[in-house]
Design a protein around this ligand. Structure first.
Ligand code: GLP
Length: 249
C-alpha cells in the first residue's frame, strides 16, 4: 500500500483531490467510486473548486456510490442520496443519468442488491474513494463480512450507529440496516484511494495497514490490492509501525 502522510485534514483533502482530478483528466469518462462521511467532504470541496476554475469536468464521468441506509427516502437529509447531491453533484456537471447510488427503499431489497451488481458490471470502477470506519469497515461492510461479499443488506453494528449518531441527533434515529457494495465490488476498482483523519481512526488505520489480513478488519483486504493509496493525517497515522511507512510503495 502506498501511504501518504498529510499534515492535517486540509492537506489530506488537497492531495486526494489531486489524485482524483488526475484520473478524470487522463480519462474523462472515468468511473469514480464515491464515498460519504466526513472524510471526503474536503476532497469534494476541492474538486468543486477545480471544476469552477475550469481545470476539470465531470460531464463524461460516471459515478457509483458505496452505500445507502435502508428506509431513508432520497429527500431525507441524512440519506446518502441527499448528501451526495448537497456536497458534490449539485455543484459539478456530472449528468444525473450517470450517477448511481444503491437504493435502500422498497419491498424487495435483494432485488435492489442484484440490480446494483448489474450497474457495477456495466461501470467498472477506475478509482474507488474510501473512508474507513473506526471499526475498520469500508462502505458499510462491517467486521466479519466475508471478503467474498457482493452488494448486500447489512445490520449496522452498535459502534457504527453510535459513530453516525452525531449526524442524526441521537442514536435511536440511525437506521439499523444499510445496503452496501460488497468487498468484491470495492476491490475490483483499478485504483483505491483511502482517506483517514483524526485520532479516532488510528487503531483502524493500524489494523488495516499493519494487522493480519482478516475479516475482523474488512479494510485489511486492501493490503492485497495492487494499487491502493492511503492518504492519512498525522493523528490517524499515529499508530502505524515505522516499518509500514518506510516500506510504503
Ligand atoms: C460511514 C460510511 C463509510 C464511511 C465511514 C467513515 O458509516 N458508510 O462509507 O467511510 O463510515 O465515516 P467518516 O468519514 O464520517 O468518519
Amino acid at each position: 500500500m502506498n501511504i501518504i502522510i498529510a499534515e492535517n485534514y486540509a492537506d489530506m483533502s488537497e492531495i486526494a483531490a489531486g489524485i482524483i482530478a488526475k484520473t478524470v483528466i487522463e480519462k474523462p469518462n472515468a468511473v469514480l467510486g464515491l464515498a460519504t462521511g466526513t472524510s471526503p467532504i474536503g476532497t469534494y470541496k476541492k474538486l468543486i473548486e477545480y471544476y469552477n476554475n475550469k481545470l476539470i469536468s465531470f460531464k463524461n464521468a460516471h459515478t457509483v456510490n458505496l452505500d445507502e441506509y435502508v428506509g431513508l427516502p432520497e429527500e431525507h437529509e441524512q440519506s446518502y442520496h441527499y448528501f451526495m447531491r448537497d456536497i458534490l453533484f449539485n455543484h459539478i456537471d456530472v449528468k444525473p443519468e450517470n450517477v448511481h447510488i444503491p437504493c435502500g427503499l422498497g419491498d424487495d431489497l435483494e432485488a435492489n442488491c442484484r440490480g446494483y451488481e448489474r450497474i457495477l458490471k456495466q461501470n467498472p470502477t477506475d478509482l474507488q474513494l474510501l473512508g474507513i470506519g473506526s471499526n475498520g469497515h469500508i462502505g458499510f461492510n462491517e467486521p466479519h463480512t466475508p471478503f467474498k461479499s457482493y452488494t448486500h443488506i447489512v445490520e449496522l453494528t452498535e459502534r457504527t450507529r453510535h459513530d453516525n449518531a452525531r449526524l442524526f441527533g441521537f442514536v435511536g434515529s440511525v437506521p439499523k440496516q444499510a445496503i452496501t457494495m460488497g468487498i468484491v465490488g470495492i476491490c475490483h476498482a483499478k485504483k483505491i484511494l483511502i482517506l483517514a483523519s483524526g485520532s479516532n481512526k488510528a487503531d483502524a488505520v493500524h489494523d488495516m495497514v499493519c494487522g493480519d489480513i482478516s475479516e475482523h478488519c474488512p479494510a485489511s483486504i486492501l493490503q492485497l490490492h495492487s494499487d491502493a493509496t492511503l492518504v492519512v493525517d498525522k493523528e490517524a497515522a499515529s499508530k502505524l509501525d515505522e516499518s509500514a511507512i518506510s516500506q510504503s510503495v
